[in-house]
Ligand binder design. Sequence first.
Ligand code: ZN
Length: 456
Amino acid sequence: MSKLILHNTLSNRTEPFISQDPDNVRMYVCGPTVYDLPHVGNARPAVVFDVLFRLLRHLYPKVTYIRNITDIDDKINNRAREIGISIRELTDETLKNYQNTMASLGLLSPTYEPRATDHIPDMISIVQKLLDKGHAYLAEKHVLFRVSSDPLYGKLSNRNTDEMIAGARVEVAPFKESPLDFVLWKPSSNNDPGYDSPWGYGRPGWHIECSAMSAKYLSNSFDIHGGGQDLIFPHHENEMAQSRCASGVAYMAKYWVHNGMLLVDGKKMSKSLGNIVTVNAALKEYDGNVLKYFILSTHYSKILDWTAGGLTQAKASYDRLINAVGEFEDTHEDSKFDEDDPIVSALCEDLNTSKALMLMIGLAKRIGQSSKFNEKSRLAGQLKAAMQIFGFSVINRNYALTKDKQEEINKLVSERVKARLLKQFQKSDEIRDALKQRFGVFIKDNQDGTTDWSLE
Ligand SMILES: [Zn+2]
């Protein structure tokens, strides 16, 4: 079986992945701050770590994947105030939108998506531990992490603390022992959301939520921590310091995996440039599968440039795949991988999705070139299995239903209506299952006695 290797930011090397517990591989990825519609830059880590999640599930019997929801943040407070709704209304609605949007890209839900506001006591308990062990101090109603107490601080982002101090900005809060010390807990005024704590009414700093939620769902030391490269410093460096110092473990996570930035036409997305592309806007132009194909056609660690040309190309490539399997949708049942499937092997090489996609295009080409039905069908089975590991839809919505198929579906649907009228419920269920299995068609019985069908 293919062995997974991953580039580890912590060691700055590409290493064989060895799980601490092969019976339950544990991965944590920093999720969205829910105050705005997700843009394509937010979609990239969700897509990348979804493929890693799927690959790990292929390689191991159980994978626990946690992606947190940051629903306490000053940007959220400001936005809720701006538009005049409650913080909970804003975060609930934005979260629902995020989840629906990611589902439109065909992503699996993580095992849990814990919300920061549901874990305040867990955060308070870590902050207290850090205070008790001398890794934190109280100053003017703030609790601050004492960076000088952690000799490994800077290891993840590969910075040394002297340089960091020299580079620190001038306006540092006067109550900090060192400009590098960061907030674990801060006071809230009456207008801000807040919680009672041993240090007064206040709210947590940003980093502590990930230390608290990863420990709660994955334990103090787990396998993979993921996120965008922009999170390496300070967020992940600080998470790692807090978690290690509070619990005493050597590693918070053994492997730290980071995806590269996303640009739009060569420029960084920003409000001032007016070039922010939301996923919802992109979905109006392209199918979710095409967006995913485009995101994965560049290696996750590289810069991804969002361009119209790239998307057009991704659409043409995805269409080739879906057309190649579309013809064989209902002829092959076995869509399993061989032991040493080259597509799985490519994914195991530090998630080389671009290579895997190229191999899939090669398979599609071979299906087109072959004149033997059995061979075509076998190759289509392989391609379908590969598409499923990417989470691509294998039902060809646009092309699958030839006229013949539509007629066959209609015939089966009317047979089923007849069976229901004759109260032959077993037969009616069998036809319903056959329609789903063979054509991906879902039956809907209306209250007025009529029956509709739709594709998955
Ligand atoms: Zn985080």
